[in-house]
Design a protein around this ligand. Sequence first.
Ligand code: SAH
Length: 277
Amino acid sequence: MTATQVPGPTDVGSMYDRFNDLFTRHLGDNLHLGFWSDDQDGATAAEATDRITDMVADRLAPAPGTEVLDVGCGSGRPAVRIADRHRTHVTGITVSAHQVRLAHARPGAGPGAGRASFQLADAMALPFPDGRFAGAYAIESLLHMSDRAKAVAEIARTLRPGARLVVLDFYQDGGFSAPESDVMNPVFQAFRLPPLPCSGQYEQYMAAAGLEVTGLEDITGNVRRSHRLIADAMQNISDELDVDEETRGQIRRYVELNEIIGLHPEVHYALITARLP
Ligand code: SAH
């Protein structure tokens, strides 16, 4: 990908303005993968995606009455869930104006402990003072960012000593082969994704930002079922939708993306936990 093709926050925001509702409809109102313990696990997509939110919250363990940052909050379901269950205040940021509107309309939105508030902001230039938050988490949002090191440094800057950061995202062990890249490059462009980080890179960004990495949990095997479900759902919708050919093409590429990224043996999905000493 050349420098001019690397997506900026505005490009990512417009993509979610357009596609948010299509994605969340099939992911139990969330915009991330689901967790199944094994093949016998009968959890629905909604249950499995909420489980992921709860896993992030468990690792973050926010104290009641504190304020935590949700980096890339989507349309706000994880933030209101975590705020409610942990009696903390969650401040969610996204680059999609549509997502901010949807998030504001949630019953759990508002000021104070047990609720979540939302605003338009870029994680690579956070509009918050140093040391404001008692914790932060980023669920499948860093993957969109053109300067992930800057985003991690910005998040670390806004944390107070002792605060935790939990990142849940994809990374890649090796490169894609040339034929794979031919398929992947246009798909990554359509869905505003810079190339995935290599394994170990998030940990390096965290260390450079002064954070201490305390845990890495690879849950790639537990989320596999999500890719098939999403691909099937997206295919069905794209057949039914009254949309132009360009949009249909983008949806088709999204389906491809999910299958390729999700099932590629070198692509991992992991929870990384860190702490500001
Ligand atoms: N965490 C949510 C949404 C994941 S989708 C969930 O799990 O349901 C990715 C999110 O990251 C979107 O809300 C998108 O707007 C946000 N995002 C992408 N780039 C961003 C940036 N530079 N700054 C802030 N948010 C960003």
